[in-house]
Ligand binder design. Structure first.
Ligand code: TRP
Length: 339
């Protein structure tokens, strides 16, 4: 019995996720993903990587990229993701990502890359800079994932096609050289909490929506309160969760996610009260919770020595794991390695 327990503990599954270093994550990202990942750290080996090498496929302001690469990870830490229990690191700190990406480029077909909808969409949006990196971006993403023998990748819909391609590349390579890579699966969240836009509750809350529809994790208190008070509600005046009340239902979801209450409890709490009172309460719990998170975030960012030490240590931990896979790949494809 004991041996069995130990056995399952040794075989913790690996989760990898890459995050583009852009500072404006929303409460949708926080409640839908980040907050739930805090609960995963015990059961999985998690790697969270700030993917600065992916970001330069479109032009970046260097100072901003530098700042955001670290800030993104600090936000994860502020949300409760422990940098010792997990591996939080910056992609460019681990050279094996670039090295494996080159190899995988040679096992990824032009036709496959041409079919990627994100490439098609981005090359329209950045028609003045359709560079080779933008085209081969999925091979780098495959390298990120395959380097760590990843079992599960939490992905949104927009990244599903890239994950499919990663699986195809892994299977292709394994087919030629024998088992080398774990073939990753998408990680579908069990508690799938989807936060919708405050102004158009039929649409998902988006980090590129700079108008009133999205609440940023780092928004100021006044802005949070103003946006929630202006959120679209529905006809009627009853605070009730239902399909024909997408605005109110969304606010109820947000309220419950922050307070831990159930929908029924919240409905009872606001029974007979108007939308005004309800919205003020949602704004309050949201602003309070984000306030706590922001304080922690600012504390973390202040301690640059700690952050830098953490980044170096974690890059080393990641590099150690990545090296193992890379050596295996180099050996299999026929690169000479002196002993
Ligand atoms: N392409 C992903 C995005 O734009 C980011 C990413 C890079 C990623 N490498 C990854 C996500 C590996 C998951 C796993 O959101």
């Amino acid at each position: 019995m004991d041996a069995n327990i130990n056995n399952t503990e040794v075989k913790k599954k690996t989760i990898f996720s890459g995050i583009q270093p852009s500072g404006n994550l929303t409460i949708g990202n926080y409640l839908g993903a980040l907050k739930n990942w805090v609960g995963l750290q015990k059961d999985y080996n998690c790697l969270f990587c700030s993917v600065d090498m992916h970001s330069i496929t479109v032009r970046q302001t260097p100072a901003e990229l530098r700042r955001r690469s670290v800030e993104t990870l600090a936000l994860y830490m502020a949300a409760g993701i422990d940098p010792e229990e997990n591996i939080l690191f910056i992609q460019s700190h681990v050279p094996a990502h670039a090295e494996l990406a080159w190899v995988l480029n040679c096992y990824t077909m032009f036709g496959e890359l041409s079919r990627m909808t994100q490439f098609k969409e981005k090359s329209q949006r950045h028609s003045e800079n359709i560079n080779a990196g933008l085209f081969t971006y999925p091979a780098l993403m495959a390298a990120d994932i395959l380097l760590y023998q990843t079992d599960l990748v939490p992905v949104g819909l927009d990244q599903k096609q890239h994950l499919e391609l990663t699986r195809d590349i892994a299977n292709r390579f394994n087919g030629v050289y024998g088992d080398t890579f774990t073939v990753p699966e998408p990680y579908i969240q069990k508690i799938g909490m989807k936060i919708m836009s405050l102004t158009e509750p039929e649409k998902k809350m988006s980090k590129s929506d700079l108008s009133g529809g999205s609440v940023g994790i780092l928004d100021k208190r006044d802005d949070i309160v103003r946006k929630i008070k202006r959120a679209v509600t529905d006809s009627g005046s009853e605070v009730r969760y239902s399909e024909d009340k997408p605005g109110v239902s969304n606010l109820l979801t947000i309220y419950c996610a922050f307070t831990g209450k159930t929908i029924e409890e919240a409905e009872k709490e606001f029974d007979g009260q108007g939308y005004g009172t309800f919205k003020a309460a949602v704004a309050e719990v949201c602003a309070d919770a984000l306030g706590v998170l922001q304080d922690r975030y600012n504390e973390i960012l202040k301690d640059k020595d700690y952050l830098n030490t953490m980044l170096k240590n974690n890059a080393e931990r990641a590099a150690y794991l990545a090296r193992k896979t890379l050596s295996k790949v180099y050996r299999k494809i026929g690169f000479y390695q002196p002993k």
